[in-house]
Each structure stands twice: as C-alpha cells, then as structure tokens.
Design a protein. Structure first.
Length: 377
C-alpha cells in the first residue's frame, strides 16, 4: 500500500464533501501520476493555505464520473472511500510533523515541504510517513482540538500552472482565475437590492441574446461555466442550439480556466471569434482582469474582446479599462477590448431580425459598433 498527497483548498474540500466525498479529482496534466495509484492506496488530504491535514481516503479505483463537483474542473478522477474526515478547525497542523517525516525533517526543511505540497498526487517516498500522518489524524478524530482558522485562507482558490514569456525565456508561473463578483448593492438597503435584481435580469437577458445570436450566425457558443444552468423566458442556456457541452482545449490549463469564466464566447472550431463580458452589476474590473490575464498568458493571441454594459456605465468602463495596469502593456487592453452600449446593441439586433438578415451578419459587426477608449483627449 502506498500513501499519496491529495491537495485541497478550503473551497474544494467543502465541495468534495458536499458531493458525497466519494470522488477525488486531479488536473489533466497529472493523468500519468494518477495512473500509478492502485486500489487500496491511501490519499492523505492536505488543506493548502491553512496548512492542515484533514483526512484519509482509500482508493477504490478509477472513476468515469463527470459531475460538476468543483467550480474548477479536475477531470482525472478516482473513486474513493473516506477513512477519516476532519473539519478544518480540527485538522492536524503541518508544524506538528516537523522532525517526524522525511519531507519535513527539521526547521531548515520548510522549503522542502513547501515543494512537496506544491502539486498532487504526490507519492510519499517513505511509507512510514503515511502511517504517522494516519495515526495523528486518528488521534485528532478521537480527541478533537479546535484551532481557529483564518477565513481568508480557508477561502483560497486553486492555483494553476502556466508558462509565459520573459524576454526570450519561457518561465513557469502560478495563477488564479478571478471570481465573478457579486453585486456591491446586494448587502446594502432594500432599494439597492431591488436595483440589483433588475440589473441581474438584464445581464441574463443580454447574455442569452448574444449567445442566441452567435448560434444563429453559425458559431458554436459558450456561456460562463457557472451560468450554464440559467434560464431566460423559460429557455435553458444549456439547451440552446450551438451550445458546447465543454470547451475544446485551447491553451494551457490556466488560460483555459480563464476563458471558461467569460460571459459569452463565439467559436469556430478551436478558434475564439469573440469574447464578451456583460457588466450590469459588477465593478467591471473583474471582467477586464479575466481578459487581461488571458492576454498575458497568451501574448500572441489575436481575438476580439468586448465589454457590454448599460449606457450609464460607459464612464465606469472607460475609467477601468484605462487603469495603468491595463494601459501600460505592450498592447494596451483598450486597443483589444471594445465597449458596446446595451441599448445600441439591442436596437441593432432587433432591426436586423425584423429584416430577416440575422444569418447574413458577419462577426465584425460588433467591431463596427464598438468604442475603443484612449487616454489621449
């Protein structure tokens, strides 16, 4: 029997448990390592951020499960049976292993254990180390000791490995995918909450309209992964003609995860024709950050990007896209990403529909309508 490291964040651990704690998943690039894990082996669950051991899972065998367990896809999966499962507050701190295991033999070994917990699955080279961790987990289960957990560390999101260019050299970097933001008014007064409901409905309407339009023009379409279960006027996004069940592998893992979170994509084969963010309720910044991250990860990428927002948010979009972090780039984001006013876009689409010319539209009609802001007045 072998022991393997199984990394979780607080978020992915909670999602794993809510899904029944019977399927553990890993990234696609770890398929070869996962293939070495045998039935009867033990996965030792470690929470990054809070740095605690929280469980042990017995491996039953490979799993073809494809359910949406996590917000981030971990497609290489194993069927498992929980042996020990602890709450994060009751987990075994990594510091208690100091001097007792090979990968953390003493104070000077801290860098070594950080390397060990950088990715999973990772084989514990010394089986007795696994036995020590199992015994410490059992003691924590029998005599739980509650230790405070930093909520911000517990809410940490998964990191993804990517390569980018620095001069002529390719370097590995770790990146996260920016979350989609909740509306700022949602926790304020009743009037703000009512406005948010209206704005959220408008977001869904425009998202559906643009996805439907892309399909009618003849493109494959995609909506942000966490929006796929939405409906508009009783019509499910997931059942729209041309809707992809999953995105083709386009770039590296980090860039693909970023792309999956963009509101609407029009695709032709493996090429993105247009990427569109709809900003009715959020700060605008998160959508632009996703686009900027994508371009940083794929500097030679040449696609059309757009922000669609109500007319009264035009100044806000301009202010955000001209931030120094987006402007001081080899190619400023404002040159790549255009602004589309909802009223103008909706009127244009409605006029084309009435004339029965939807299918004759070319994708560059968005570019013809788009405004590209510049800091030069």
């Amino acid at each position: 029997m072998n022991y393997w490291l199984d990394l979780f964040t607080g978020t992915t651990y909670e999602q794993f448990r809510k899904a029944g704690a019977n399927v553990s998943g890993f990234r696609h690039r770890m398929r070869k390592s996962v293939g070495k894990i045998k039935p009867g082996d033990i996965l030792l669950c470690y929470l990054t951020g809070v740095m605690r051991w929280v469980g042990a899972l017995e491996v039953i065998g490979p799993s073809d499960d494809k359910s949406a367990i996590w917000d981030y896809d971990f497609p290489v999966r194993l069927k498992v049976k929980p042996v020990i499962m602890l709450e994060p507050e009751n987990g075994v701190p990594m510091e208690e292993l100091e001097g007792r295991v090979l990968f953390y033999s003493g104070p000077k070994d801290r860098g070594k254990f950080k390397g060990f917990v950088r990715g999973s699955p990772n084989l514990l080279k010394k089986p007795s180390d696994g036995e020590i961790i199992i015994e410490m987990l059992r003691q924590a289960e029998r005599n739980p000791l509650s230790r405070p957990v930093d909520p911000s560390k517990l809410a940490r999101k998964p990191f993804f490995m990517a390569q980018t260019k620095r001069g002529k050299k390719s370097v590995d970097i770790f990146v996260t995918v920016p979350d989609r933001e909740e509306s700022a008014g949602a926790i304020t007064d009743g009037k703000a909450a009512e406005q948010d409901v209206v704005a959220s409905t408008q977001h869904t309407e425009i998202q559906y309209l643009l996805a439907e339009l892309g399909g009618q023009i003849g493109f494959d379409i995609w909506v942000a992964r966490n929006d796929r279960e939405r409906t508009y006027s009783g019509k499910a996004f997931s059942e729209m003609p041309g809707m992809l069940k999953q995105l083709p592998k386009l770039f590296n893992e980090a860039a693909d995860k970023t792309v999956e979170m963009i509101d609407v994509l029009w695709l032709k084969g493996n090429s993105i024709i247009a990427g569109i963010e709809i900003e009715c309720t959020t700060s605008v910044y998160s959508g632009l950050l996703r686009m900027s991250d994508l371009l940083a990860l794929q500097p030679n990428l040449n696609i059309k990007l757009y922000v669609v927002a109500p007319d009264d948010r035009r100044n806000k979009v301009e202010q955000e896209v001209l931030r120094p972090t987006f402007r001081i780039r080899e190619k400023p984001l404002s040159e790549v990403c255009g602004f589309l006013a909802i009223s103008e876009l909706a009127a244009k689409i409605e006029a084309v529909r009435k004339l029965g010319l939807i299918q004759s539209l070319k994708p560059d009609f968005l570019e013809q309508m788009a405004v590209h802001f510049t800091s030069e007045k």
